[in-house]
Design a protein around this ligand. Structure first.
Ligand code: NAD
Length: 487
C-alpha cells in the first residue's frame, strides 16, 4: 500500500539520538521500513554504540542531582507541559506510529496517544500527592521517604512503542529519576518525537535522553552500565532473562513486563454473544498484543453456539490499510516476524493440529496474515504452549471448572486471563485460581493506571502501575527520630 514519504519527511522527525538536550548522530545508521509499504526505507536512524550509551548515561547522571532535588510539584509542571504537547501532537504521533508499526490509525488516535499524555499527567499528580507513612513505635517517630533512585534505563518493544515508553518514563521522571530511553529498532520514530516534545516542554538537558539502536548493541551496553540505578524493561522473556542477568551484575533492580499466552475462559452461563465478540477482538493489531487472550477455552456444552457466534465476528474482519477506518486487522510489523508467525502455523500443521480457519498469508500480499484459529492435537502442542504474537488463536474445550483452571494454568506464562461467566462466585473462584498478573471478567483491556501491572512465571518480574511504579523508581528510606528530642 503506497505511503506518502513526503508527508513523513514534512514532519521533520529527527533520526539522531537525543542526549543531554542535543541531537547527536552516530557514524552508523540502520534502516526503518513501514509494514504498510516495505519497498523503501522511511528512515535511517543513528545506530548507537557502547560509547553513545556511555554518553547518554553520563548526561543522565549529571542531570540527576538537580532533577531529584526538585519537589514533586515542580517536576509535575514539566510533565504536564509535556502531556499538553503530546495532546497537541496527537495526529503527528499517531500517523507516524501507524506507518512505523502498522497499528490501526483510529485506535492510535482514540486511545494510545492520549494514554501517553495521560501517563504523564497521572504520575505528576500521584507523585505530588504522596503521603509519607508516619507512625510511632518504641519511643520513635517513623517515616517512609521516597528518595529518587538515580539514572534509569528504559527499554521498550515495537508493538506499542509510544504508549509503552511513556508508561515507564512517566513514573521514572515523576519519582525524580533521570531517564535514558532505548526505543525498539523496528519502530523508533514516535520516541524521537517524544524527545523533541520533551525538549519543547523545557525539560532540563540530560533529564530525558533517547538513544536509538539495536538491542544487542546499544541496549546491552546500557543495561550493563555501572551508573544505571534502575532498569525498566518491556519485551520478550528471552531478552528479559538477559536484562535480569545484566541487572544482577550491578545489583540493580529491574522490572520486566514480558510475553503472554493468556487464557480466554468461556463458561456455559455467560453471555455467549458478548464473549464471542470480545474473543474475535483478540486479532486486533494482528494479535501483536502481549495481553491478548490467545487460548480460547470453551465449556463443551456451549462450544457449537460459541463457535458460530465467534465465526460471525471473525468473518467480518477486514484486513487492509491501517489508515482506513473500516480496517480491523493490521499487517505484521516485519517480514521476519511474518515468517516467524508462519513458522508456528506450519509446525502446528505438521504436528497434526487442526487449522480451523486461516493459516495462510493473505491474497492482498504484503505483511498481512489471515486471522487463524487452531484446534490443537493436545495441550502440549507448541502452538498452545508458546507465544506466537500474531493473529493466531487456539481453541480447546473443557468439561468443568477444575479442568478449565488446569488448562488455563498449563503454560509457563502468567500475564493476563479473561473470564466470561455470569456467576460472581465462579468469577471469584476462577479469578483467584488462574495464574496471571491481571484477570478481566466479562471485559478486556480496561486499564486503571493505579492498579498493579505485570506478570508471573515467564511473563515478568515486578509490578509497575500506580504507587508500585513510583516505589520501584525510588529508594525507600526509613527515617526515625527519638520522640521528644526535637522541636
Ligand atoms: P524484544 O525482547 O526482542 O525487544 C524488546 C526491546 O529490547 C527492544 O527495544 C530491543 O531492541 C531490546 N533488546 C533486545 N535485545 C537486547 C539486549 N540484549 N539488551 C538490551 N536490550 C535488548 O521484544 P519485541 O520483539 O520487541 O517485543 C515483543 C515481546 O514483547 C513479546 O514477547 C510481547 O509479549 C512482549 N510485550 C510485553 C508487554 C507487557 O507489558 N508485558 C507489552 C508489550 C510487549
Amino acid at each position: 500500500m503506497p505511503i506518502n514519504r513526503e508527508m513523513l519527511r514534512s514532519m521533520n522527525i529527527s533520526e539522531d539520538h537525543y542526549i543531554g538536550g542535543k541531537r547527536i548522530a552516530s557514524t552508523d545508521r540502520f534502516e526503518v521500513r513501514s509494514p504498510l509499504d516495505w519497498s523503501e526505507p522511511i528512515a535511517n536512524m543513528a545506530r548507537g554504540t557502547a560509547e553513545d550509551a556511555d554518553r547518554a548515561v553520563s548526561a543522565a547522571r549529571q542531570a540527576f542531582p538537580e532533577w531529584a532535588s526538585l519537589s514533586a510539584a515542580e517536576r509535575g509542571t514539566y510533565l504536564r507541559r509535556l502531556a499538553d504537547l503530546i495532546e497537541r501532537n496527537t495526529d503527528r504521533i499517531a500517523e507516524t506510529e501507524c506507518l512505523d508499526v502498522g497499528l490501526l490509525l483510529r485506535s492510535l488516535k482514540a486511545r494510545l496517544v492520549n494514554r501517553g499524555a495521560h501517563n504523564f499527567r497521572y504520575y505528576a499528580e500521584l507523585a505530588e500527592n504522596y503521603e509519607e507513612r508516619t507512625w510511632s513505635s518504641k519511643g520513635t517517630v517513623n517515616r517512609v521517604m521516597r528518595m529518587p533512585a538515580g539514572p534509569a534505563v528504559i527499554i521498550t518493544p515495537w508493538n506499542a512503542p509510544f504508549m509503552l515508553s511513556t508508561w515507564k518514563t512517566a513514573p521514572a521522571l515523576a519519582a525524580g529519576c533521570t531517564v535514558v530511553l532505548k526505543p525498539p529498532e523496528w519502530a523508533p520514530l514516535s520516541c524521537s518525537i517524544l524527545a523533541s516534545l520533551a525538549d519543547e516542554a523545557g525539560l532540563p538537558p540530560g533529564v530525558f535522553n533517547v538513544i536509538q539502536g539495536i538491542g544487542e548493541e546499544v541496549g546491552a551496553a546500557l543495561v550493563r552500565h555501572p551508573d544505571v540505578r534502575r532498569i525498566g524493561f518491556t519485551g520478550s522473556p528471552e531478552t528479559g532473562r538477559f536484562i535480569a542477568h545484566a541487572g544482577a551484575g550491578n545489583l540493580v533492580p529491574i522490572t520486566a513486563e514480558l510475553g503472554g499466552k493468556g487464557p480466554f475462559l468461556v463458561f456455559e452461563d455467560c453471555d455467549i454473544e458478548a464473549a464471542a465478540e470480545k474473543a474475535a477482538l483478540q486479532y486486533d493489531d494482528a494479535g501483536q498484543v502481549c495481553l491478548a487472550g490467545t487460548r480460547l477455552l470453551v465449556q463443551k456444552s456451549i462450544y457449537d453456539n460459541f463457535a458460530s457466534a465467534f465465526f460471525k465476528y471473525t468473518d467480518a474482519h477486514v484486513l487492509g490499510d491501517s489508515r482506513e477506518d473500516h480496517t480491523t486487522v493490521a499487517p505484521l510489523i516485519h517480514p521476519d516476524h511474518l515468517q516467524r508467525v508462519e513458522g508456528f502455523v506450519e509446525r502446528a500443521r505438521a504436528n497434526g493440529d487442526k487449522i480451523v480457519r486461516g493459516g495462510h498469508r493473505t491474497s492482498i500480499g504484503g505483511l498481512w496474515y489471515e486471522p487463524t484459529l487452531i484446534e490443537p492435537k493436545s495441550n502440549e502442542s507448541e502452538i498452545v504452549q508458546n507465544e506466537v504474537f500474531g493473529p493466531v488463536l487456539t481453541i480447546q474445550t473443557f468439561e468443568n471448572e477444575e479442568e478449565a483452571i488446569a488448562l488455563a494454568n498449563s503454560t509457563k506464562y502468567g500475564l493476563s486471563a479473561i473470564i466470561y461467566t455470569a456467576s460472581a462466585e465462579r468469577a471469584e473462584r476462577v479469578g483467584r485460581a488462574v495464574r496471571a498478573g491481571t484477570v478481566w471478567t466479562n471485559c478486556f483491556l480496561v486499564r486503571d493506571l493505579s492498579a498493579p501491572f505485570g506478570g508471573t512465571g515467564i511473563s515478568g518480574i515486578g509490578r509497575e502501575g500506580g504507587d508500585y511504579a513510583l516505589d520501584f523508581y525510588s529508594d525507600l528510606k526509613t527515617f526515625q527520630v527519638k520522640e521528644g528530642t526535637t522541636e
